[in-house]
Design a protein around this ligand. Structure first.
Ligand SMILES: Cc1cc2nc3c(=O)[nH]c(=O)nc-3n(C[C@H](O)[C@H](O)[C@H](O)COP(=O)(O)O)c2cc1C
Length: 205
């Protein structure tokens, strides 16, 4: 079975080398993030934010705290994907547009807020796990949207988390989930890497 979406997923690989002359407009960057924010989040928390590092000056500041990876300077943009600790107190705000749009009755808001409070309030590891899941889902959506537009991408954990936290003034409840470079690839990138066999990673019950 194949279709355009499956083809997009299957044809992606992580890029290392980008065409440094190929930029993206702020509108194109905005569109990538808009698509990214369509990803699912727990209780619709949307506990993320995205910092688009796209000017030569901004890239030069990021590069040394990101292991001088070539993608930072050469890709059109590198997103700092920021996750926020899961916090149920934001839920009324986050759900208000759903209530206004008639998607959810107002009476249901506490039915989401209360279990979310029980799930996260006294569980800092879970709050942090959720920040990572949220940021990762958002990044994944951007990765495949970029691929569908003919752009390469590089998710990166090779950076100094404390340095990034400091450089971008992240709040105490925020953490850099990953860096994600996006741009037009140049030649020289690796071919796709074979995967472990499905039988090694899948069990049926
Ligand atoms: C969470 C995460 C962190 C990564 N960090 C880096 C990185 O810092 N630098 C880099 O060049 N590639 C990085 N990669 C890319 C991986 O090396 C790559 O996805 C993996 O080798 C599989 O190759 P493929 O994405 O081309 O299929 C990272 C990927 C993920 C998912």
């Amino acid at each position: 079975m194949t279709n355009a979406v499956i083809e997009c997923i299957l044809s992606r690989s992580a890029a290392k080398y980008y065409d440094p002359a190929a930029g993206l407009s702020d509108d194109q960057i905005r569109e990538l993030v808009r698509i990214g924010t369509s990803a699912p989040t727990s209780f619709h928390l949307q506990n993320w934010r995205f910092i688009a590092v796209r000017t030569p000056e901004a890239k030069a500041r990021l590069s040394p705290i990101a292991w001088n990876q070539p993608a930072i300077m050469d890709a059109a943009v590198t997103f700092v994907i920021v996750g926020q600790l899961a916090d149920a107190s934001v839920i009324p705000d986050r759900l208000a547009p759903l209530v206004a749009a008639g998607v959810m009755p107002a009476s249901m808001v506490p039915e989401w807020e209360m279990p979310a409070r029980d799930l996260y309030k006294n569980f800092p590891q879970r709050q942090r796990d959720e920040a990572m899941r949220t940021g990762t889902f958002g990044a994944a959506a951007i990765i495949y949207a970029a691929r569908s537009m003919g752009l390469g991408s590089t998710p990166m954990i090779g950076f100094d988390a404390e340095g990034v936290h400091r450089e971008y003034g992240l709040a105490e409840n925020e953490m850099p989930v990953m860096l994600l470079a996006v741009g037009l690839e140049r030649s020289g990138n690796w071919a796709q890497k074979p995967r472990r066999p499905v039988n090694d990673v899948l069990s049926f019950l």
